[in-house]
Design a protein around this ligand. Structure first.
Ligand SMILES: *[C@@H]1O[C@H](CO)[C@@H](O)[C@H](O)[C@H]1NC(C)=O
Ligand SMILES: *[C@@H]1O[C@H](CO)[C@@H](O)[C@H](O)[C@H]1NC(C)=O
Ligand SMILES: *[C@@H]1O[C@H](CO)[C@@H](O)[C@H](O)[C@H]1NC(C)=O
Ligand SMILES: *[C@@H]1O[C@H](CO)[C@@H](O)[C@H](O)[C@H]1NC(C)=O
Ligand SMILES: *[C@@H]1O[C@H](CO)[C@@H](O)[C@H](O)[C@H]1NC(C)=O
Length: 496
C-alpha cells in the first residue's frame, strides 16, 4: 500500500522526509526560508541596531520564573518623534535578521510614514533561544514554544518600548508579518488590540486548520499554477508518479532513474523511491510558493516565472513512454536545482537548506499548528493521499512525545468567527498555495482581504521591482492607505 510504504520510509530517514503526513506539515516551513530571499537591491541600504530584551520564559504560569534574551532590531532613521508610528515585524520561525533583510516593503515605506521599524525575533529561533540548541530535544523546555507565548513576548516588548523610549508613548504600533509571522500579526491584533492599532497579515494561512478549509485546496492551487504555465504541464506531472512506480520496480530501472536525475545517492529500494517522490512533490510545491515575476535567489536561484520555465520541458501530450516522461521531469526538476549550472548532483534529502528553526517548527506543527492537507490525484496532480490525523499524531509522539491538538487553534484564535475584531488586512497571492488557508473575502469593513492574483507567497512584503505586476503595486498602496487611516484613528483617540 502506497501510504503505508511511505510511512515506513519515514521511520528510517531524516527529519525532512519523515512521511507524507510530516511532509505536509513541513510544507509551511519552507516558505519561511524560501520566500523573500532575493538579493538585496544595492540601492536600499539597510541599517539597524541589534538589541536584546529580557523576556519571561513562561508568561502564563508563575513557577518557571526564568528569562531569556529576545533579540530585536530597530531602525529609527525616519522616525518622527514624538508619536511617530512604529511598524513592528512579528518574527516567525527563523533568524530575524534574515526576515529584516527581506521585508523590503517596510524599508520602503518607513520614510513616507515617518515610522520606526522594529523586527522582533520569535522565541526559540535565531538567537532568541532560552536554552541551548541541544536542549531543543528536551520536552520540558519545548513546552514554552507556543504562539501564545510568542504573542505575549511581542506585547510585553511593545509595552516596554512605549514606556521607555522617549517619544514613543503615544506612537501607534502596526503589526506586520508574512506566512506564520502574518498569522502572528493578525493574532496579535486580535489578542492585544491595545498594543497594536492594526495588522498586515500577508500570506497568513490562519484557516489552514481542522474543519476550516478543505484539506485538498492547498495542492489544488499548486496544480493550477502548473496547469496555467504550459500545455498539459500538470497532466504530465500527474502521470509521472505511475511512471516512477513502474520504472523503479526493477533494479535496472532504479539505476536508470538515479542517473537520469543525477542523484547524489542512487535509489536502492522502495523506501528510497518514496522519499524521492516526496522530494519531487515538495519541489513542485516550493516552485508554486516562489513563482515570482522576476529572477530571484531563494534557497535556489530561479529564473523569472520559474514554473513557466519548468513547464517548457513538460508541455507535450502524455502519449510518450515512461522513460521519455521521466526524462522530461528530470529536466524540469533541474530548473529548480541547477538554474546556475553549478550543481553536480541532486540530493533528495534537500529542498530546504538553511534549516534554522527547523526542529522548532516541527514541534509547533506537532502541537498547536497541525495543518491538515490531502491530495486526490484528480483535482490535483499528486498521488492520492488522505489526511490521516492519527498517523500524523503518532509521528509526533514518536518524535517529541507529544500529540497535536487538532481543534486548539480554532478555540484560541476564533476560526472563522472573526467579525468582532477590527483593523486587519489579510493579503494573499493567487499563485500561493497558502492562499488556500488564508482569508479571501472581506469579513467586515475593517477586516479586509486583498487579493493579488499574480502574486506568489507574500510578494507584497518584498522589495518593489520593475517587473512587479500592477496587482501587487495596488495592494501595497492600499495597505499603506489603511496604515494611514489606523494611525489617524489612533491620534484622534489619544487626543480626545
Ligand atoms: C542582512 O543584511 C546585512 C547587510 O545588509 C548582512 O550583513 C547580513 O549578513 C544579512 N543577514 C542575514 C541573516 O541575511
Ligand atoms: C512500464 O514501463 C515499461 C518500459 O517503459 C513499459 O513497456 C510498460 O508499458 C510500462 N507499464 C505500465 C503499466 O505503464
Ligand atoms: C548543471 O548544469 C551544468 C551546466 O549546464 C551541467 O554541466 C551539469 O551537468 C548540471 N548538473 C546536473 C546535476 O544536472
Ligand atoms: C544531502 O543532504 C543531506 C541533508 O542536508 C546532507 O546531510 C548530505 O550530506 C547531502 N549529501 C550530499 C551528497 O551532498
Ligand atoms: C475588500 O475591500 C477592499 C476595500 O473596499 C477592496 O479593495 C477589496 O478588493 C475587497 N476584497 C475582496 C476580496 O473583495
Amino acid at each position: 500500500m502506497e501510504a503505508g510504504g511511505r510511512r515506513d520510509a519515514a521511520a528510517v530517514c531524516s527529519l525532512l522526509f519523515l512521511c507524507l503526513g510530516c511532509f505536509h506539515v513541513i510544507a509551511l516551513k519552507p516558505q519561511l526560508f524560501r520566500l523573500g530571499a532575493s538579493p538585496l537591491p544595492s540601492e536600499t541600504p539597510i541599517s539597524y541596531e541589534t538589541l536584546y530584551f529580557d523576556q519571561k520564559i513562561d508568561h502564563f504560569g508563575f513557577v518557571e520564573d526564568g528569562t531569556f534574551k529576545q533579540r530585536y532590531l530597530v531602525a529609527d532613521k525616519y522616525w518622527k518623534q514624538p508619536g511617530g508610528p512604529i511598524l513592528f515585524y512579528t518574527g516567525n520561525e527563523g533568524d530575524i535578521a534574515w526576515f529584516c533583510n527581506n521585508t523590503g516593503f517596510m524599508w520602503e515605506i518607513a520614510e513616507e510614514l515617518g515610522a520606526m521599524l522594529v523586527f522582533a525575533e520569535h522565541r526559540y529561533y535565531g538567537e532568541s533561544l532560552p536554552f541551548g540548541q541541544d536542549s531543543h530535544n528536551d520536552n520540558k523546555n519545548l513546552n514554552f514554544l507556543t504562539s501564545e507565548q510568542a504573542l505575549a513576548d511581542y506585547a510585553v516588548l511593545i509595552d516596554n518600548l512605549k514606556r521607555t523610549l522617549p517619544g514613543a508613548q503615544h506612537s501607534p504600533v502596526i503589526a506586520i508579518g508574512g506566512s506564520y509571522g502574518g498569522m502572528l500579526s493578525a493574532w496579535l491584533r486580535m489578542k492585544y488590540p491595545h498594543s497594536v492599532v492594526g495588522a498586515l497579515a500577508s500570506s497568513a494561512p490562519i484557516w489552514q486548520f481542522s474543519g476550516m478549509v478543505p484539506c485538498g485546496d492547498f495542492y489544488k492551487v499548486v496544480t493550477q499554477d502548473f496547469a496555467r504555465s504550459g500545455y498539459n504541464c500538470d497532466g504530465n506531472i500527474r502521470k509521472s508518479w505511475k511512471a516512477i512506480n513502474n520504472i523503479s520496480s526493477t533494479v535496472s530501472g532504479l539505476q536508470w532513474m538515479s542517473e537520469e536525475f543525477s542523484l547524489c545517492a542512487p535509489l536502492k529500494n522502495k523506501n528510497d523511491v518514496g522519499i524521492f517522490k516526496n522530494w519531487l512533490q515538495e519541489t513542485w510545491t516550493n516552485l508554486a510558493m516562489v513563482d515570482y515575476p522576476y529572477e530571484a535567489n531563494f534557497l535556489q536561484p530561479l529564473p523569472r516565472w520559474p514554473i513557466q520555465v519548468v513547464c517548457k520541458f513538460l508541455s507535450f501530450d502524455s502519449a510518450v513512454s515512461d522513460y521519455q516522461l521521466l526524462q522530461a521531469v528530470s529536466q524540469a526538476a533541474k530548473v529548480y536545482y541547477n538554474y546556475t549550472g553549478i550543481t553536480s548532483c541532486l540530493n533528495t534529502s534537500q529542498t530546504a537548506t538553511g534549516s534554522l528553526g527547523f526542529l522548532g517548527w516541527f514541534y509547533q506543527a506537532c502541537t498547536e499548528m497541525a495543518m491538515p492537507m490531502c491530495t486526490d490525484g484528480v483535482q490535483d496532480m499528486f498521488e492520492a493521499e488522505d489526511w490521516n490525523f492519527q498517523a500524523f499524531s503518532d509521528e509526533c509522539n514518536a518524535m517529541f512525545g507529544v500529540r497535536p491538538r487538532a481543534d486548539w487553534a480554532g478555540v484560541v484564535y476564533g476560526g472563522k468567527d472573526l467579525a468582532s475584531h477590527s483593523n486587519i488586512i489579510f493579503s494573499n497571492g493567487g499563485l500561493d498555495p497558502w492562499s488556500a488557508g488564508g482569508v479571501s473575502y472581506n469579513i467586515t469593513d475593517s477586516l479586509v482581504s486583498i487579493l493579488i492574483p499574480e502574486g506568489a507567497h507574500h510578494l507584497d512584503l518584498r522589495y518593489s521591482h520593475d517587473l512587479d505586476p500592477p496587482s501587487v503595486r495596488a495592494a501595497r498602496l492600499l495597505e499603506v492607505k489603511y496604515f494611514r487611516e489606523w494611525i489617524k484613528q489612533a491620534k484622534t483617540n489619544t487626543t480626545t
